[in-house]
Design a protein around this ligand. Sequence first.
Ligand code: LLP
Length: 420
Amino acid sequence: MYPSGFYRDENGELNVQGIKIETLTAKYGTPLFIYDTGLIKERYEVFQNTVKNVKGNIHYAVKANDSVNIIKFFGKLGAGADIVSIGEFHKCLAAGIAPNKIIFSGVGKDKNEIEIALRNKILQFNIESEEELYDIYDIASKLKITANICLRINPDIAPDTHKKISTGEKETKFGIDNEDVVSIYKKLHELDYINPVGLGVHIGSQIFDFNFFMKAYLNLKSIADNLKKNGYKVPTLDLGGGIGIHYDSNKKPDFIAYKKIISDIFLKSEYQLSFEPGRILIAEAGILITKVIRNKKNKDKKFIVIDAAMNNLIRPTLYDAYHKIEPVKSKIGRSNTVDIVGPICETGDFIALDRELVEVKSDDLLTIRTAGAYASVMKSNYNARVDAVEILIYNGKSYKLKQIDTIQDTILKEKIIDFN
Ligand code: LLP
């Protein structure tokens, strides 16, 4: 049995499930995303254990990594899905997730998306405004198909995370104001083809201080309890996702603390809970391997130019995010403070700034850690760069996740106009 995840062998070389990373790059090239099903399974089971003493279902937040095979693997482990577009819905269907295990979240579902989801008997819509409710009502009554509706609350809580991924404050576009939730929930009961199924909350992502979750969940439960006291049915509560992971160390999230919060608040209640974890299930199970193109110096400033760029991993550029970077083959030697940058023509194209890194040379391989979530899904083809290859390791074998378009393929797809 091999250790799960990416580990070094006795020669200091990085491996996964008994395969040398170098063997994989020789076969597939770089930049290369590698995902380990062993670690995905391990993380899923840890989360399952964390929430096992309450009545709850896990809906993998597909936006973290929407590869059909990865969704399928989560499905095999027993997960449902949380989606935010009909594109993600179709991917889930292709992955074999039953529509009655799929929650449709998001602030901007359009009428077409609502109709497709309804016709396919999706489990529920988590809605974010009264306007959205009436759009769903119109379509549901036209189709004579009942829509299960959960209201997402905006509790006006500001968690300790990056502004761009904080979603529980009044100023953000997300959720329904605490004060309006009750009146809208009551309206749900008056509409044909609308079935109220509960309330939900998701205050953001990459959250470490669980007191924010506690506040959000207590608020959710007290609104739900009040509604129930007044005779309204509130069978389910959706607790969203958002648990943070440590990009800079091997420290695990404090699942014991999370378990305690969930148990303290919900153990004695009747609510059926839903969880929508994304990052904690998949982030650490992916790495991005890149090749050093060259070293470069501008006066005293040192750069390592690599063949991965912001189009492969935009998190450092977008959120000042930290990703651990290390040579694929352990190296001992002098280290320097360097900027690790891609070939894209923007100053913002970097993976790390002012990073201590052992000296490396052209063609050396580097691993960018914790690149399983919100990495390849946020890719672009800026500067006419083709997608990175992505592979999954399952039972000691590597599988390519999809065919990658060459630059010739992409040019062929452009409609060339004859300007004569
Ligand atoms: N549920 C809802 C309604 C969400 O909006 C999200 C994430 C999740 C669940 C899953 O959250 P997680 O467990 O993964 O934190 N691109 C950013 C993260 C954006 C998260 C968006 N919503 C990043 O790279 O950090």
